[in-house]
Ligand binder design. Structure first.
Ligand SMILES: Nc1nc2c(ncn2[C@@H]2O[C@H](COP(=O)(O)OP(=O)(O)OP(=O)(O)O)[C@@H](O)[C@H]2O)c(=O)[nH]1
Ligand SMILES: [Mg+2]
Length: 451
């Protein structure tokens, strides 16, 4: 068993405020608390708050630190699963530092990043997936990413992942049965093998691909969507940025080459966080500053999820750009729609104008192209760390599908399924040895009691 130190840390932002909360967790938490009180900490009831004077030397009432609200949570009924003390102090950083220093003098240690959640994970208070969700919740930038992170914290939200793993375990158990069956004839073996392939593996792959797709979308929502505005000088990029932001962030003139640097702005649409980059118009130029700006524009294309190609004439210009737009959502945006009544169709995805009431149509189209129109359906949310695992598991399923349909390959199939379960267990923070245990559990689960 791991031995955990008693850890302490400021739980609220490090700034002057009305209140500051300091948390201490570990087996010595109450003993250490007792040292800073002039009353008996061991008599404090769990889940109750007490107004107490805190001292550098409690029993001798020496050097008062603050008068604070102290709440005690007793193991295992606390966030971390250990004894936990919360101090609600007056929000001065001097008080906070004095208290933390004193608690450390009596045996606590300053916590490292995420260490409270690590204790909770160790004590089975949180799964690895839930701890990651809590981190996401704290860092959520938009209402939708907050909603998705909250969904992830509820205990049964990862049932979906466990379900897929259980299906793999069922396949593994079936393979074991067939291999162990001495009386199975060739005909039957072939039938069973085909059943595993068609009835189990194929639908599982479809299910996993859906989960990957949703996780990918959710991770885009969580990280925010980056949009680069690209186009010839004077196309109307800065005008669009200002319209999106609803204020004059970028300079707009009718002189081509006005924007030299990348101008950034942020906005929210339908609960999603967007970062917009207005860039220098790309053209041949001898102006050294403008040309540096153009290099930055090209770099912004690489970093963005969405590239809006803006033009007031047509889009032939972009064929000569020599930039890689693969894996980007690209939209051709015809600008100055109020002037160009004659031009109806030059292959644009949308026509905009400074006179439009708002930019909703453009953002709806972006969401549609990103397959994010139906946000209500988005329920599964794992993080990008998990996304990589899911992709690896899916690669294993692809290998399974591609296996020649010959019973000779049954052992290979069994091995690949085990590798996929291994990846699942690693993703769930379990050890590799767990896979063997899981497979045996699955096999013996179908046996009768007492057998
Ligand atoms: N009539 C009309 N004029 C527009 C519209 N959008 C932009 N303009 C004008 O076009 C000119 C260039 O606009 P900008 O937004 O500075 O263009 P830009 O693409 O940022 O140009 P650079 O920074 O030079 O690359 C300005 O005079 C704008 O007022 C529009 O929808 N209608
Ligand atoms: Mg500009």
């Amino acid at each position: 068993m791991l031995v955990f130190d008693t850890i302490v840390s400021l739980a609220t932002p490090r700034m002057t405020a009305a209140l500051a909360i300091v948390r201490m967790s570990g087996s010595k938490a109450i003993e250490i608390l007792d040292k800073v009180l002039n009353t008996d900490a061991f008599k404090m009831e769990a889940n109750h708050s007490y107004l107490r004077k805190l001292y550098k030397d409690g029993k001798n009432k020496k050097n008062m630190i603050d008068e604070a609200l102290v709440t005690v949570f007793k193991a295992p009924n606390s966030y971390t699963g250990f004894d936990l003390v919360e101090f609600s102090l007056h929000g001065s950083m001097l008080i906070v530092d004095e208290l933390i220093e004193t608690l450390c003098k009596y045996g606590a240690r300053v916590a490292k990043n995420g260490e409270f959640s690590y204790q909770a994970y160790y004590n089975n208070k949180l799964s690895l997936l839930q701890s990651e969700k809590i981190n996401e919740l704290i860092h959520a930038k938009s209402s939708l990413s907050k909603k998705l992170a909250l969904q992830g914290i509820s205990k049964n939200s990862h049932k979906y992942v466990e379900d897929i793993k259980n299906k793999l375990l069922n396949i593994s158990a079936s393979v074991e049965y067939i291999i162990e069956d001495e009386f199975i004839d060739d005909e039957q073996l072939k039938k069973e093998y085909n059943k595993i392939q068609d009835k189990y593996i194929k639908p599982l792959k479809v299910e996993l691909e859906k989960l990957i797709d949703e996780t990918y979308k959710a991770s885009q929502i969580f990280n925010g969507i980056k949009i680069a505005l690209i186009g010839e000088p004077n196309a109307g990029k800065s005008t669009l940025l200002n319209k999106i932001l609803n204020f004059e962030k970028a300079i707009v003139t009718d002189i081509p080459g006005t924007t030299r640097d990348v101008v950034e702005g942020e906005t929210y649409y339908k609960g999603i966080y967007f970062k917009i980059f207005d860039t220098a118009g790309i053209r041949e130029t001898y102006d050294i500053i403008e040309s540096m700006g153009i290099d930055r524009s090209k770099k912004m294309i690489e970093e963005s999820n969405v590239v809006l190609l803006l033009s007031e004439t047509d889009f032939r210009y972009f064929d000569t750009l020599n930039v890689n737009l693969d894996s980007k959502v690209v939209l051709k945006v015809l600008t100055k729609g109020d002037l160009k009544k004659k031009i109806k169709n030059v292959g644009q995805d949308i026509t905009i104008s400074i006179k439009d009431k708002n930019v909703d149509a453009l953002f709806d189209l972006i969401l549609e192209k990103m397959n994010l129109s139906n946000l209500d359906e988005l329920s599964q949310h794992l993080t990008s760390r998990e996304l990589n695992y899911l992709i690896n598991i899916n690669d294993k399923l692809k290998e399974l599908e591609e296996l020649p349909k010959q019973t000779f390959y049954l052992n290979v199939l069994g091995d690949i399924v085990i590798q996929a379960i291994d990846i699942f267990n690693e993703m769930l923070g379990k050890s590799k040895g767990q896979t063997k245990e899981d497979v045996y559990n699955q096999i013996f689960k179908s046996f009768c009691m007492g057998k």
